[in-house]
Write a protein that binds this ligand. Structure first.
Ligand code: GRF
Length: 196
């Protein structure tokens, strides 16, 4: 059997989803994959500190896809996980890594997704529409923002009096931090078996 699938996690913020991946790998729940690189979209984000603390190699690439590809190639990356990554990738990039990029989105796609729908905006939109259920989705990434094949989804209840911040936190705890490691293992295993 080939070596574990080599994973890069791309981040732009606090990195709680990155932390969920790191913790899950440590617990042995991603036996077919290994996080070997974390790429931040800018300096100073807390996600990079999490990588440092976990002893994972990390770097910053700011809006430079050629450089990003170079870094990914140097590290022989086979699976890219977007974990709160705010830069939209070009069609050239998503084609180059077809079926090798996954993203977590904090709603039940196709609701509250697409261009401009990120972070708290997603939860603000869900609350102002008045939905009673929201959740999270892990999907493959193609050239359409939030448009690739859905891999996993989990519903989370909206409660009376929710603010966007409260709903965001509940969706992270109940859905995102569970789904993303699960999807990471799913795709890592597929890649490993296909090339085994
Ligand atoms: C998460 O809600 C994720 O779904 C979204 O951005 C947020 C990132 O949070 N796309 P974190 O950086 O993982 O804490």
């Amino acid at each position: 059997m080939k070596d574990k699938t080599r994973i890069a996690v791309l981040v732009s913020g606090g990195g709680t989803n990155l932390q969920a991946l790191i913790d899950s790998e440590k617990r042995g729940e991603i036996p077919d994959g290994e996080i070997v690189l974390v790429v931040g979209s800018r300096e100073g984000i807390y996600a990079l500190e999490r990588a440092e603390k976990a002893g994972i190699e990390h770097t910053v690439v700011h809006k430079d896809e050629e450089k990003l590809i170079k870094v990914l190639e140097e590290h022989h990356i086979e699976l890219i996980i977007l974990a709160g990554y705010l830069t939209i990738l070009s069609a050239d990039f998503t084609k180059r890594y077809a079926n090798r990029i996954i993203n977590i989105h904090p709603s039940l796609i196709p609701s509250f997704c697409g261009k401009g729908m990120y972070g708290l905006k997603v939860h603000e939109a869900a609350l102002s529409y008045g939905v009673k259920v929201s959740g999270a989705t892990v999907h493959l990434v193609n050239e359409i923002p939030d448009g690739g094949r859905i891999l996993l989804q989990k519903a989370v209840e909206v409660q009376d009096g929710d603010t966007p911040e409260i709903l965001q936190r509940r969706i992270m705890e109940q859905a995102e931090w569970k789904l993303l490691p699960k999807a990471a293992e799913m795709i890592s295993k597929e890649i490993r078996e296909a090339e085994g």
